[in-house]
Design a protein around this ligand. Structure first.
Ligand SMILES: NC(=[NH2+])NCCC[C@H](N)C(=O)O
Ligand SMILES: [Mn+2]
Ligand SMILES: [Mn+2]
Length: 312
């Protein structure tokens, strides 16, 4: 059987990049997300879909003492986040070079600075579909929290003043190569950035108006009109409604339904253009055990949908 993914040779191989990292935001526990996803049986589930699965333990990150990592401006843990995401960029890039599909499990969404850099290093023409309640595009000038998980896209796009600590991030992503789905909690400074750079976003308002089928089609028409560019799917579990995925650090009501979230993954798989996926912000320390189990299960099932599971 030949791979249904255009940029992936046979035998179709997924490399799980578990990233137990929480330094891009203040809540403990999000570093346990990847461990829970793997313990829930993710590897077997993907093998069940016909994938060869590579997973040899979670990524080990260097640690930097808090006192050695004072804020830059108001950015918190800047050196730690920079080094960790740089190592993730190398790992993800290497998997793609080896002909594998990297699936990165977060951990907080600052990790996407690494994963997307990794994708772009091998496929410079990659477009990004960012599924999130948040825009994660604050610059050093606009961030109010100083949490870098709210900022990865500004670095990747080269928006705002550069922060020397993040010099390794090559601003290789073009503003017309990014599209959002699911936004509903966007900071004032971020709204200004989206407007100024004409960045395409389908908020929950558009999901309500057009339906998810049309929204995904319009999103792909924007970044990938000829359906020939590699796609990096970065999925923040908080894009889903908190009733669907409660265990996450920054839940926002009014989110995607279970089916809408899965539809996005199914439709991206159907393009045959997926080259990398992130599943971020699962935090098993937040909420009760039933909610945790529910959130972890939904994370696994989103990943299965993006890797070809169908309903029939
Ligand atoms: N990946 C996330 N969950 N991001 C939440 C970001 C929230 C807020 N916009 C901030 O800059 O801090
Ligand atoms: Mn989010
Ligand atoms: Mn996010």
């Amino acid at each position: 059987m030949s791979s249904n993914l255009r940029f992936l040779p046979e035998p179709k191989t997924v490399a799980i990049v578990g990233c137990p990292f929480s330094g891009g935001q203040p809540k403990a526990g999000v570093d346990k997300g990847p461990i829970h996803l793997v313990e829930a049986g993710l590897v077997n589930q993907l093998e069940g879909l016909g994938w060869k699965v590579k997973f040899d333990g979670h990524h080990l990150f260097e640690d930097i003492n808090a006192q050695d990592d004072p804020p830059i401006g108001i950015l918190k843990n800047p050196r730690l986040v920079s080094r960790v995401t740089q190592s993730v960029a190398n790992v993800v890039g290497d998997h793609i070079k080896n002909g594998e599909l990297p699936v990165t499990l977060g951990g907080d969404h600052s990790l996407a600075m690494g994963t997307i850099s990794g994708s772009l290093s091998h496929h410079p023409n990659t477009c990004v579909v960012w599924v999130d309640a948040h825009a994660d595009i604050n610059s050093i000038e606009t961030t109010e929290s100083g949490n870098i998980h709210g900022m990865p896209l500004s670095f990747l796009l080269g928006i705002g003043s550069s922060v020397p600590e993040f010099d390794w991030v090559k601003a290789l992503l073009r503003t017309d190569s990014l599209v959002y789905i699911g936004l509903r909690d966007v900071d004032a400074g971020e709204k200004a950035i989206l407007r100024q750079h004409n960045i395409k976003a389908f908020s929950m308002h558009e999901v309500d108006r057009y339906g998810i089928g049309k929204v995904v089609e319009m999103a792909l028409d924007h970044v990938n009109p000829n359906r020939d560019r590699p796609i990096h799917l970065s999925f923040d579990v908080d894009a889903l409604d908190p009733s669907v995925a409660p265990s996450t650090g920054t839940p926002v009501r009014g989110g995607l339904t279970f089916r809408e979230g899965h539809y996005i993954c199914e439709a991206i798989y159907e393009t045959g253009l997926l080259v990398a996926m992130d599943l971020m912000e699962v935090n098993p320390s937040l909420a009760d055990s039933v909610s945790v189990e529910q959130t972890v299960a939904v994370g696994c099932s989103l990943l299965r949908s993006a890797l070809g599971e169908t309903l029939l």
